[in-house]
Design a protein. Structure first.
Length: 168
């Protein structure tokens, strides 16, 4: 029958720097892969994740589940929060241009793809002037073929407008 579910599952929750739990508890990767593949079979074509979901684990599972069907879907992911993958600890935020590139490179690797359809800044209260620099680097990512479009995951229309000024 295979490995019992509890032995296959892992604890993928996260914690803040002060030890407060973030994220979720036990997950079964095989069940998650089956769920994504079933969603594909049923016509789901949009998958949204973030580098911090499961401290990178969500991207890994999604990439594995999509496999050869990657080109059939739209994949969105986010960046801006900094985390330690080993300890699954959120350690802060980084809205710098160099971090945007490092985070994208890491997400592409975890997702096992060479492009992301939608790349979103995940810091809803980031400084709008800094965000303009990030918008410009996202345009570079588009030209390099690493992303197709970008957005700012925020509920502030003025902040969202900063990214909306970009072409993609």
């Amino acid at each position: 029958m295979g490995v019992p579910p509890l032995e296959r599952s892992r604890e993928w929750g996260r914690q803040s720097a002060d030890g407060q739990p973030l994220g979720w508890g036990r997950v079964d990767d095989e069940e998650s892969v089956r769920a994504v593949r079933r969603a594909l079979d049923l016509g789901v074509t949009f998958f949204d994740t973030a580098d911090t979901y499961g401290a990178g684990h969500s991207e890994r599972v999604l990439g594995r589940a999509l496999g050869k069907r990657r080109a059939d879907v739209v994949v969105a992911t986010k960046w801006g929060n900094v985390f330690d993958e080993e300890t699954r600890t959120l350690t802060g935020a980084d809205d710098t241009v160099p971090y945007a590139r490092r985070a994208l490179t890491a997400s592409l690797k975890r997702l096992d793809t060479d492009y992301v359809d939608l790349y979103q800044l995940h810091l809803s209260d980031a400084d709008p002037e800094r965000a303009a620099e990030l918008r410009d680097v996202c345009e570079e990512f588009v030209r390099e073929g690493l992303i197709r479009a970008y957005a700012w995951s925020t509920d502030d229309p003025a902040r969202a407008a900063v990214f909306a000024q970009g072409e993609h």
